[in-house]
Ligand binder design. Sequence first.
Ligand code: FE2
Length: 201
Amino acid sequence: MVERIARLRNFIADFTRLIETAPAEPRVLDRGGALLVDLVSTDDWLPDECAVPDRERYQQYLLHCDPLERFSVVSFVWGPGQSTPIHDHCVWGLIGMLRGAELSHDWDPAAVHRTRTTRLDPGMVAAVSPAIGDVHQVENAYGDRTSISIHVYGANIGAVARHVYRPGGERVPFVSGYSNAAVPNLWDRSAAVRAALPARA
Ligand code: FE2
């Protein structure tokens, strides 16, 4: 028996190998993006406690942080119609759509003009970074249901000093934190190990 969370555990193992062997951003976005497409193409693994919307604001559940803080994995849960402020990341990021849909409105680096809007549907992945475009605003594409995207960032993103932008481009310091106090237990593989034990006489 393979437990539901095995898909996330395998993704984290693959991403750790990638960061260990090929940490340059273009390679991480390319190869890591392919890993994330694979992860979000099947919606059967996200722990229920990391899929709960909040009436007031979107939620950011930490799923995993690399022990050396080289990357983190977060589930973003958007209640109906919820959106972020205009913000940046200051590190690379990959955004994979798991459930529902979202709209990413890209802004110019000074956050004065909107430059492009991209819609993400399940199985799709987008990237951000200071090198390729880092300022955007994200919203749930649906006004009547929850949407969930899985994000990977090149740092412990909840503890990164970054910025939100007010209309007109004023930059305000911002540290996002996380919505959860405990991360999912990836490591209870006991059921599979027990099932593989030889039958007792
Ligand atoms: Fe973002």
